[in-house]
Design a protein around this ligand. Structure first.
Ligand code: CA
Length: 503
């Protein structure tokens, strides 16, 4: 029987793993390619903040929305462009899922911790931990936002070195800019009140196991230089590692383009749109070009897996300082606009050029995939549930298909929806008045539970406006079976709530 993402069965991998499709021919092709390569790859993750599915030229944005992205478009042509790459609805849940291979219902960062709020990655096993154990040098640069407490900081969850800030861009600017926040800036009392909140106002440097050292306080002039400084730090790291025997993992998270944007002065007014968000996209695109050029110049490009993505959909409450998505709603929701993000995977010579796929790829998939590429698939933990599936053969086989059957959507503490093939069954969502991405979007709205589930066909109805359930009852059992499996996995391995409602 020909393969079909809805009709074909998965293979179970044991009690602590999400079941996976197994495509024997593409597994063989990928294995042959890996064997011929014979080396463990470096891994470069470039993660943007609040950038939209549609912002890049290769996704239909670029010049069409006033911000050309030639370097990102070129990178996409060198590899695999994913049209169904899924983050979580907001920053911290997404980032923790990317680094742990686990959904927010397991790692417990159900929403972002703000202003020094306690809770973070502490207690989780990260990709950096596992790659460190496999002999990789591990470097984190840029935005962290997975807990400011010492135990949750990068240097204590597997990274050898960290150069960046611990929180999120607006935390450093939203009480300093007199245009947006005059009631704070022109009040000494309110400025002191914010300063006394328990968050670190500096960007920091830290080495494995140590205390963070302040590099500089992040006022607005400093903020506008952060992406440049972080790019220099990462390109220096790549150059330095060219002479080393050890493979490396560089987790580079930009400041841009989270609101509010203060691009480097080199980019002010540089985009056709002449808006700070769009100018910032030009800056980020240049940074991608510089990182890739540094890999090329140092002879490491053909031994580096690059994953470029964004941590969630656009934050429409800050429009026009916001991204572009063709989908429904925005950041903070489980409508496609909140969680469907750009995803580009490149590894010249190993991932074929000019590929596009609508196969499902979740942020959780990076961990098991990379551990397999690093030659240690068995290093994936078994004492906790791993939601990620190994996508090695999807990436490396010519025209490889995704190994993921179901994508599960979580909305803060609530199970929201499941996607399989082109269908998405939704049980819980943010309110129905968020029908337009230029509407309330963001975190506005209430959580609503449906008496009868809604079923959307994402090919016919990418904006999720027409529930199709009563005409498509044949699909019910597929989705109900998926939900039963998912719930059972939570019963076997109870999740936690570190930051979230009631947690
Ligand atoms: Ca974000």
């Amino acid at each position: 029987m020909a393969f079909d993402p809805i009709a074909s069965p998965t293979t179970a991998l044991g009690p602590s793993r999400e079941a996976t499709f197994v495509h024997p021919e593409q597994v063989a092709a990928a294995s042959a390619r890996l064997e011929a390569h014979g080396r463990r790859p470096n891994v470069l993750v470039i993660l943007f903040d609040d950038v939209g599915w549609g912002d890049f030229g290769c996704y239909g944005g670029g010049v069409a929305v006033g911000a050309p992205t030639p370097n990102i478009d070129r990178l996409a042509r060198q590899g695999l462009l994913l049209t169904s790459c899924y983050s979580e609805p907001s920053c911290s849940p997404s980032r923790a899922t990317l680094l742990t291979g686990r959904l927010p219902c397991r790692h417990g960062l159900n929403r972002p911790p703000m202003y020094g709020e306690p809770g973070g990655l502490e207690g989780e096993l990260t990709l950096a931990h596992l790659l460190s154990g496999a002999g990789y040098v591990t470097q984190a640069v840029g935005k962290w936002h997975m807990g400011e407490n010492l135990e949750s900081q990068p240097q204590n969850v597997g990274f050898d070195d960290f150069y960046g800030f611990l929180s999120v861009s607006d935390m450093y600017s939203e009480w300093r800019d007199p245009y947006f926040f005059p009631e704070v800036v022109y009040s000494d009392a309110r400025t002191e009140w914010v300063k006394n909140m328990p968050f670190n106002r500096c960007f920091v440097h830290a080495t494995r196991g140590g205390e963070p050292e302040a590099v500089e306080e992040v006022d607005i002039p400093a903020l506008s230089l952060l992406d440049e400084k972080w790019a220099v730090y990462s390109t220096d790291f790549i150059r330095r590692m060219a002479g080393e025997e050890q493979p490396w993992f560089l987790y580079h998270c930009t400041r841009g383009a989270h609101f509010d944007n203060y691009p480097h002065e080199r980019y002010l007014g540089a985009s056709p749109a002449k808006h700070p968000y769009k100018d910032t996209l030009l800056e980020l695109d240049d940074i991608v070009g510089r990182l890739v050029a540094t890999l090329d110049d140092t002879g490491q490009l053909d031994n580096t897996l690059i994953f470029l993505s964004s941590d969630n959909g656009p934050h429409m409450e800050n429009w026009p300082d916001a991204a572009f998505t063709p989908f429904r709603c925005a950041k903070g929701s489980t409508w496609e606009g909140g969680v469907r993000v750009p995803g580009i995977l490149a590894w010249p010579g190993m991932i074929d050029a000019d590929r596009q796929s609508d196969g499902l790829f979740g942020f959780s998939d990076l961990l098991p995939t990379v551990m397999n590429l690093a030659g240690v698939p068995d290093a994936v933990p078994t004492d906790r549930f791993i939601d990620g599936v190994d996508q090695t053969s999807f990436l490396l086989a010519p025209d490889g298909l995704s190994n993921r059957k179901f994508h599960y959507y979580w909305l803060v503490n609530d199970f929201s929806a499941v996607r399989c093939g082109e269908y998405k069954l939704m049980l819980t969502s943010t309110s129905d008045d968020d029908t337009d991405v230029a509407g309330p979007g963001g975190f506005t709205g209430v959580t609503q539970r449906y008496t009868y589930a809604r079923l959307y066909n994402l090919y016919l109805d990418p904006k999720e406006q027409h529930s199709y359930l009563t005409r498509k009852l044949a699909y019910n059992e597929v989705f109900l079976g998926a939900i039963r499996e998912h719930v059972t996995s939570l019963a076997r391995f109870p999740g936690k709530s570190v930051v979230g409602r009631g947690g």
